[in-house]
Design a protein around this ligand. Sequence first.
Ligand code: TRP
Ligand code: SF4
Length: 464
Amino acid sequence: MRRGVIFGHRDYGPVAEALRNDEDAAVLSGFMPTGDPHIGHKLVFDEIIWHQEQGADAFALIADLEAHSARGMSWDDIDTHARDYLLSLLALGFDPESGELYRQSENRRLQDLAFELGEKANFSELSNIYGFDSETNVSYMQSVITQMADILYPQIEDPKPTIIPVGPDQDPHVRLARDLAARMRFFKVTSAYASFEVTDAERRLLSDAYDEREVYAETPTRPRCEEASEWIAASEIDAPTQVVTGLQEKLTNAGMEPLRPRVRFLNANATDEAFDALIEAIEGEKRRYDEHIDAFQLGLDSAAKLAREIEVEHGGYGFVAPSSTYHRFMTGLTGGKMSSSVPASHISLLDDPETGYEKVKAATTGGRDTAEKQRELGGEADECPVYELYAYLLAEGDDEFATTVYDECVSGERLCGGCKEQAATMMAEFLETHQEKRQEVQSKLDELDISLTSSRRDTPSGDE
Ligand code: TRP
Ligand code: SF4
C-alpha cells in the first residue's frame, strides 16, 4: 500500500478495525492452477500471509473447478500446478496450522454453501456480470457460484470481516458476493421515519425533510407527513422527479402521521422463531408490523449488531459483506502484460536462479537510448518493469531502498546496465532461497489434509 502496488479497496475499514482491535477477521484468496505460480502470484501470497501474521484467519484455495470448467485444464495438469502453488505459499510463510488450504473440488461444505447461494442468484444476473450466454457450459456457471462460496467460506462458522486480496478484474465477483451475502441475511436494518416503506433514494430525501422540520411543522417536535410533503412540493429538490413524486405521494397518504426517526428491521429471510426472538430482544419502545419491526430507542449500529446475533442464534450465517483490496498487475518483463502463458514475460517461482537472472537482464527498461541521455534526463522508473521488480518484490519491507532506486533512476545517477545487474542478482538469490524453502516444506505439504492427486477422470471438457 505504501508503494501504491495495492491501489484500491472496497470497504477495507471493518477489516483494518478488527485487526487493530484484536477481533476476528479473515483473509482469503484463490488461485487458478493454470500454469506455474509466478512473481505476480507471490504478491497475493504475501498479502494473505501478511494478514495471517496480523491475526486474521487465513485461507487459500486452489480454484480447480474453475480451471477445469472455464479454462479446459486437465485434472492431471491441475494437480501438478496445484502442488506448486501450495509449496510456494508454504515456503513464503503461510502457516497451515492456523490457516486452511483447500481445493474447490474437494470441499464438501464449500459446495453446499455454493448451492445455497445459487438460490439467491439467477441466470440473467450472472449473464450481465460474466457475459454468460446460451453457449456457456453449465459447469462454468457452477464454478462462478463456487467462487461466491469461497469468498464467504471464512464466515461459515461465525460472521467476521473478511479481506479478499485480488486484482481489479475480480471486482465484479466481489460485488456479487457482497450482494449475495446481503440476500442471505435474515433481517435488513435501515433507518426509517414513518410506518411506510421507502426506497434508499426516498429515504435520503425523507431524512432531509425531517431535518428541515423547524421550517414547516406547526409543532416541530411532531412534524406531520402531510406537512413534509407540502414542504417538498414548495422546495427546489435536487433529486430525480420519480424520487420526489414517489415520496410525496407516500407522505400525503400517511397524512397526519408524525415523522419520527427509528430503526427498522425488515424481515427478509427470517424464520418465525427468529422474528419473534428479535421482537423480544429489542429494548425500549418498539412496534411490530407484518414484515418489519420499528425500534425507537436503538441506534443503527446496535440494531445491526442485534439483528446479526439473533440471526446466528437461529441458524443463520449473519454474513458480513466481504471486503477487497486491489493490486496493480505487474508489467511483463518484455513490456505489455505479464502473462502465465508467456514465459519470457514473467519470472516463475520455479525458474532456476540462472534463468531468473537472464530474464531480468533481458527485460525492457524505462531507460533512455544512450547513457548520456540517461544522465541528462533520468530514467523513467514509472514505466520500467525492472523498477517494478524492486518495488513489488526485491526491496521487500525496505521502503528506503525502493525509494533510493527510484530517486537514483529519475535523477540520472543510475544507469540501466548496473541497475539490471543488481536486480538480476537479487532475483537469482531470491529464487535460490525460495526453492530451498520449497524443498523444506515438501513434507509439511504431504502431511496436510489436502489431496494432491485428483481422482477425477479427464473427459474432454467444455472450454469457455
Ligand atoms: N476467479 C479467480 C481467478 O480468476 C480465482 C478464485 C476462485 C478466487 N475463487 C476465489 C479469487 C476466491 C479470490 C477469491 O483467478
Ligand atoms: Fe529501470 Fe533501473 Fe533503468 Fe531506471 S535505471 S529505467 S529503474 S532499469
